[in-house]
Design a protein around this ligand. Structure first.
Ligand code: GLA
Length: 742
């Protein structure tokens, strides 16, 4: 999978369908050669770089005949010489200068994939699954070494990259910028688009696609969390590429804090794609002998369009990022009380909800916010993780026993990273909250954040959650995080380490999550940050599912889940059926629509089930029944996005099971179009000559084509003629399931 051609000094990294190659023009200039569909042989094309513009740029000493590194496609770049673009790495030395010059020192290629100390990352279960290249450089003036780490998966078309920087000098060195990956592509500036996800609370994952411009385009977070506003993911997409064809390069950072990811295009149309920790206010001190490990970036290439890229991420994250007992298991279908009761509940109420839920086949009762301290609204008690005996007179155990007696598991909400100013914890330890001396701290949802850059506070968080998990039969934890950071810093950090704070917080959080998830392997952890405020690969390493959005409206969820699926698998999306009129939009949608939309992810319900009519309960039961039949295909099949809610009136997804025998079409439209046109929905990637038989008894408001159980089509008919829909009702959905005949 990884080879080194010593004569030409070229590294070739192959996955099953892709090749990534770079080589040395000199010990200093490591130049990117190729990233795309698999090719057998690579080489420097003679004179490829010699024409490179030099006027207006400086020429690197000794490289006069090679090309100017200001425009060469550099695989690894630093600052302070002839390359003036945004560097992969920028270091500041004790003498105040920032000029580095790294030369090749050595490299090794080995089977398998090393872990990233203290950080989440993709992994292998067997060394044969992947090869790793560690490529070391050294600056012999400043005595610093850099190791670029590349892993290629054999069967999954993904390449992971990270970097280690080690101070081998006798003076302090500061890292001011460290990109986990940067890749330069020549002459693409005019041909490609920047695809990214952005949003806000309750409208996460909006998909935007903009032409590359001369200059920089970035997604980023400076909020301390990966954020609702941008996701640590972007793609460079050929302008003619669509969901199913064309070249797409994906970049994703496995990280939950401040990040930056973007494309800098120079005036020669060279595009530098980069992703890493956000450099804004980042300043990491390396003392003599210390080493810094960057987070991991995951790169993908697909010539089968955007869906092709997504399928690679889905498979890798589902199978080699998520971990633990729940990774491959059918996860419990849950009922959560939050939207049903908010803070206003009693033990009786929760048991009444669980009773109804257990009757229609729900498996897990989750008690959300408000069970501890004196928390009757969001003004108090975060940090006081002791049950409120007024609401729960028999404590957590009393409630858990009653829920368990109904044959259901019991789960609990926590927001362990937080502290309310009105809490016993704050009264005892006001200094544990993130704050800066002599400054008033900003509140978010009336709360402060615990300083997880401090080990003793991390250990407190671990023990307060562990105490409850040890003493009550809790089989699920919803790990929430409901504010962004404001006053960055820790009173415990010295001045020259203050720029480390945001990353140290993340290391503290990852330490907590590693400890708790290893200690409680039987507990299913679900991530949440006011919905999708921290939906990233970092969290997925510890928790195999994340609540996608606090917007549970089926109509809005279609777009949110569509955007989320660009990078993240459906198996990682927490999706609930909630009450109507919807809390956020006031919209009325049928139980079928709400169920159809939620079942593409991890299905749950979030309403006061004790108030549901028998008719609604029966409709909910049918949702669960259908979900059980098809969840394996929704979660583990290949997903194709057929129609985008960002560009049309429909969101349509297709799933093909791993054995390619079952095909699901999930159709939905937004607004009704009275007596509107007949819309054709064509499927993709079927066997044109095979016979596909409808196996689901689908009754839908939208469908015109008479597809009932037993109806059959040839693959080419479904791909050419398709199914015909008329948008007769607002927010109608249809799930068609076809079984391929042998
Ligand atoms: C956040 C979560 C919700 C719910 C509330 C409780 O907003 O996203 O699902 O848990 O907190 O306060």
């Amino acid at each position: 999978m990884i080879t080194y051609n010593e004569k030409d000094r070229i590294f070739k990294l192959d996955t099953k369908n892709t090749t990534y190659a770079f080589g040395f023009l000199s010990d200093f200039a490591l130049v990117h050669i190729y990233y795309g569909d698999f090719i057998k042989n690579v080489r420097f094309i003679p004179d490829e770089f010699s024409y490179m513009e030099r006027l207006g740029s400086s020429t690197e000493h000794g490289m006069e005949n090679i090309g100017c590194i200001d425009v060469l496609p550099m695989e690894f770049s630093t600052f302070g010489h002839a390359d003036t673009r945004l560097p992969t790495l920028n270091l500041k030395y004790a003498d105040g200068t920032c000029a580095s010059r790294f030369n090749y020192r050595n490299h090794k290629i080995f089977a398998g994939k090393p872990i990233l100390r203290g950080l989440p990352a993709t992994y292998v279960e067997d060394d044969n699954e992947a090869d790793t290249l560690e490529l070391e450089f050294y600056d012999n003036v400043k005595n610093v070494s850099v190791t670029l780490v590349y892993t290629v998966y054999r069967e999954i078309d993904a390449i992971t990259r990270s970097m280690r920087v080690k101070n081998e000098s006798s003076e302090d060195v500061f890292i001011t910028r460290i990109m986990s990956a940067s890749v330069d592509f020549t002459t693409v500036g005019n041909e490609y688009d920047f695809l990214h996800l952005n949003g806000a609370w309750v409208r996460e994952f909006k998909l935007s696609r903009d032409p590359l411009i001369c200059g920089s385009q970035e997604v980023y977070s400076r909020r301390g969390t990966s954020s609702h506003h941008h996701n640590p993911f972007f793609a460079m997409v050929h302008r003619k590429a669509d969901e199913n064809s064309g070249n797409v390069y994906g970049f994703n950072l496995i990280y939950s804090g401040n990040f930056t990811g973007g494309i800098e295009v120079d005036t020669y149309e060279t595009a530098r794609c980069y992703i890493g920790i956000n450099s804004f206010n980042f300043n990491w001190k390396l003392e003599t002998g210390e080493e810094f490990q960057s987070p991991e970036a995951v790169l993908t290439f697909s010539s089968s369009g955007i869906s092709g890229m997504s399928q690679i991420y889905h498979k890798l994250y589902r199978t080699r990022l998520c971990r633990g007992d729940f990774r491959d298991a059918n996860r419990p279908i849950l009922i959560n009380n939050w939207e049903g009761t908010r803070f206003d509940f009693t033990e009786e109420k929760i048991v009444a909800i669980a009773e109804k839920a257990s009757k229609i086949g729900l498996e897990l009762m989750v008690l959300d916010d408000g069970w501890f301290g004196k928390r009757n609204d969001d003004h108090s008690s975060l940090g006081d993780w002791k049950p409120n005996l007024e609401k729960l007179p028999n404590g957590l155990n009393g409630l858990a026993d009653k829920v368990n007696a109904l044959g259901m598991k019991f789960g609990l909400w926590f927001e362990p990273e937080m502290i309310s100013p009105d809490s016993d914890l704050y009264r005892v330890h006001p200094d544990w909250a993130i704050h800066l001396n002599n400054r008033t701290s900003s509140l978010g949802r009336y709360q402060l954040i615990l300083d997880l850059s401090r080990k003793e506070i991390c250990d407190f968080v671990i023990s307060s959650v562990a105490d409850i998990l040890n003493n009550t039969n809790i089989e699920y934890v919803k790990w929430d995080m409901n504010r962004t950071f404001s006053e960055f810093g820790s009173v415990e950090l010295p001045a020259d380490r203050m720029g480390e704070f945001a990353h140290r917080y993340m290391l503290g959080l990852y330490y907590i999550l590693e400890t708790l998830t290893s200690k409680f392997p039987n507990v299913l952890f679900e991530g949440c940050a006011s919905g999708g405020g921290r939906f990233d690969g970092g969290i997925l390493y510890y928790m195999p599912q994340i609540w996608v959005s606090d917007c549970s409206d089926a109509g809005e969820r279609l777009s949110i889940q569509y955007g989320c699926s660009l990078c993240y698998p459906t198996s990682s999306m927490g999706c609930h059926v909630s009450a109507i009129p919807n809390h956020q939009t006031g919209r009325l949608t049928s139980m079928k629509t709400r169920g159809d939309v939620a079942m593409m992810g991890q299905l749950g319900f979030e309403l006061d089930m004790s108030l549901m009519t028998d008719e609604d309960l029966e409709a909910a039961r049918k949702v669960i029944e259908k979900y059980r039949k098809y969840r394996d295909i929704f979660h583990n099949g290949n997903m194709y996005r057929i129609s985008s809610p960002f560009e049309s009136n429909e969101a349509i997804f297709q799933f093909i099971s791993e054995d390619e025998k079952t095909v699901i079409l999930l159709y939905s439209n937004k607004h009704a179009v009275p007596y509107g046109p007949h819309k054709r929905t064509t499927l993709v990637n079927l066997d044109p000559n095979a016979n596909y038989i409808e196996i689901e008894d689908e009754i839908s408001d939208a469908l015109i084509t008479p597809v009932t159980k037993g109806h059959n089509y040839f693959g080419y008919e479904l791909m050419k003629r398709g199914l015909i829909f008329m948008e007769k009702r607002d927010y109608s959905t249809a799930i068609h399931v076809f079984r391929k005949e042998d």
